[in-house]
Ligand binder design. Sequence first.
Ligand SMILES: Nc1ncnc2c1ncn2[C@@H]1O[C@H](COP(=O)(O)OP(=O)(O)OP(=O)(O)O)[C@@H](O)[C@H]1O
Ligand SMILES: [Mg+2]
Length: 222
Amino acid sequence: MSKYIEIDDLKRIYKPSKNVSVKALDGVSFSVDEGSFISIVGSSGSGKSTFLNVLGGLDWDYSGKIVIDGKDIRDYNQNYYRRYVVGTIFQQFYLIPSLTVEENILLPLKFQRNIKQVNVKERLEYLLEKTGLTNRRKHYPKELSGGQAQRVAIARALIDSPKIILADEPTGNLDSHTGEAILDLLKSLNKSEGITMILVTHDGKISKETEKTITLVDGKNV
Ligand SMILES: Nc1ncnc2c1ncn2[C@@H]1O[C@H](COP(=O)(O)OP(=O)(O)OP(=O)(O)O)[C@@H](O)[C@H]1O
Ligand SMILES: [Mg+2]
């Protein structure tokens, strides 16, 4: 049986100037089971963020193949792919300062034409509760702690119920205690929603808690 995510010989070469080329990904191949929680580790510059950018549909300039649920990601509509297939969270939460917590969570829907309003309200309430932000819903990002800000980013990534969450060092800007709480939240979403989680981390304590760890060295998985 084929796996949920199949990554085959993925390569990404950056050409920042005429005579320079960087093989950021140099033949990455592995597969991921549906609903699993995996981590990607590797030293700085090993290609982790490049990999997540490609898998997240933010960078299409790669060679090799990524198949999700039996379909090459190049064959998905790009907007659909980034909305319903993958959701991404980052180390720097990237919240919009002029929007409240709930407006930030609902932001992805601003770009959507046919919204099912009923479900949106329910989904928002569910996510506010799940992330423990119900009593912060009218707050602005500058009024939040780092852990709260990351929870807003997580809720925003989940508003469209994507199948996969990609997280690039989501605990990197947080103290270890707050980082653990974020990891627990991701674990709980993995279980309760069956979301496949792919998490990049430097922290061995975090990767140890995931079901499988992929190690990148110079753009290759070893
Ligand atoms: N836009 C770019 N143009 C040129 N080179 C780049 C670009 N982005 C990344 N690189 C190079 O590609 C390699 C992989 O970078 P990447 O950001 O994927 O590493 P990383 O594993 O995420 O590192 P870190 O742990 O520091 O975040 C590095 O050598 C980096 O310098
Ligand atoms: Mg990185």
